[in-house]
Design a protein around this ligand. Structure first.
Ligand SMILES: Cc1ncc(COP(=O)(O)O)c(C=O)c1O
Length: 403
């Protein structure tokens, strides 16, 4: 009999799962005492590592003061105010404002709604088309389900959102043709700068800059989904800096708290906030019960402080370099087909005779957690505090598992 817990992204008939009991830095343990290096930072989020006492203290202090209070008009709280200011300062978008929710999926729905709403406020209600990319992953609410480019995740949920269309990844021509055909209907282009959950695919050369140019040409907004890349994964606060392309909105979640508490949101540039602010009587009828949740925001402030104090963005570059060198050596020896990725996030493309799920299970048995995507990809996204010895072990265990 399956347990009462209906698991996310799992077979509902599955009866047994691995019970994680605790973690420290890049390590986690299960209830049999098996120690594993968490080479996926759980699910692409635990940038500062597990089990930090200073995070526990920051969270406890806020819970004692006031754990939660609504931010709907007329209320606010200091952690939410400070966090919005901090994120606006870190963001590569001038005069940014920050909207909060509790997850990446809520961030995506928010960004899609704000894009359409901004055009309505600017007198162009026909601009409803949202263009995203095949292979993109934007979460599982109806907005993100409509926008994602992974067909299996869209099956069985009825009619998805109208006017949300996917183009082939990295195909500037396809994007350009669609935008020209529907020039005055486009609300936004929504894209992960580096496609993560599909198996780690960095953008083609110049793709993002050209997308920015097309958005400017056709009056569309550019949304970067940085739920994985935000807060240090590419050695910068945001991928927008790494690729030197400035979007109009950035969605974030995961790394903003390293997962210690759920939080997500949207960094909103002037092109959107000008439209929303232009009429002082206009009311934004969008928000979540936990928008600006003080304890989640206090966790994010502490997480950002830890990233800064321990120079973890710089550490990402060093850690990733060592990991990439090791993975590429295995590819050079023919142990795997190829390596994709950048800085501190990688996908390993397997040979046709290999099976990702089997190799993943063998690696977990040997004490390294990776993620299998389909049958041909394993992904790596270790905490930014992973030590050299742990990185070497991740590489050795992959080499053993594919031998
Ligand atoms: C790029 C991207 N966008 C959105 C999401 C959805 O985030 P959440 O699972 O927090 O709703 C994810 C989750 O992996 C993601 O990788």
């Amino acid at each position: 009999m399956p347990s009462a817990f209906l698991h996310p992204f799992a077979k509902p008939s599955r009866e047994t799962f691995t019970t994680i009991t605790h973690g420290k830095g890049a390590l986690v343990w299960d209830d049999t005492g098996h120690e594993m290096i968490d080479a996926m930072a759980s699910l692409w989020y635990c940038n500062i590592g597990h089990g930090r006492g200073d995070m526990a203290d920051a969270i406890a202090a806020q819970v004692r003061a006031v754990a939660a209070y609504s931010c709907f008009d007329p209320f606010t709280n200091a952690p939410a105010d400070h966090l919005a200011e901090k994120i606006a300062d870190l963001a590569p978008i001038d005069d940014a404002r920050v909207f909060f929710g509790s997850s990446g999926s809520e961030a995506i729905d928010t960004a899609m709604k704000l894009a359409r709403l901004a055009h309505v406020r600017n007198g162009q209600p026909q601009r409803r088309l949202i263009i995203s990319r095949r292979r993109g992953y934007h979460g599982t609410n109806y907005g993100g389900t409509s926008a994602q480019g992974l067909p299996l995740n869209k099956e069985g949920y009825g009619t998805l959102l109208d006017d949300v269309v996917q183009v082939p990844s990295d195909d500037v021509e396809a994007l350009s043709v669609l935008m020209s055909e529907r020039s005055d209907e486009v609300a936004a282009v929504l894209t992960e700068p580096l496609q993560g959950a599909a198996g780690v695919y960095p953008p083609g050369d110049g793709y993002l800059a050209e997308t920015r140019r097309l958005c400017d040409q056709h009056g569309a907004l550019l949304i970067f989904d940085e739920v994985i890349t935000g807060f240090g994964r590419l050695g910068t606060w945001f991928a927008a800096e790494h690729y030197d392309v400035t979007p109009d909105m950035i969605t974030f979640a995961k790394g903003v708290t390293s997962g210690y508490l759920p939080l997500g949101g949207v960094i909103v540039g002037r092109a959107v906030s000008d439209a929303l602010e232009s009429d002082p009587d206009f009311m934004l009828r969008h928000g979540y019960t936990y928008s600006g949740h003080p304890t989640s925001c206090a966790a994010a402030l502490k997480n950002i402080e830890i990233l800064e104090q321990h120079k973890l963005l710089k550490a990402a570059v060093g850690m990733g370099y060592r990991l990439e060198r090791g993975l590429r050596a295995i590819a050079d020896d023919g142990g795997i087909d190829h390596v994709r990725g950048e800085v501190a996030v990688f996908g390993v493309g397997l040979r046709e005779d290999q099976n990702a799920m089997e190799i993943r299970d063998r690696m977990i048995g040997r004490g390294v957690i990776t993620r299998a995507i389909g049958t041909d990809t394993l992904t790596y996204c270790p905490p930014l505090v992973t030590t050299d010895a742990q990185v070497d072990r991740i590489v050795d265990v992959l080499a053993e598992a594919v031998a």
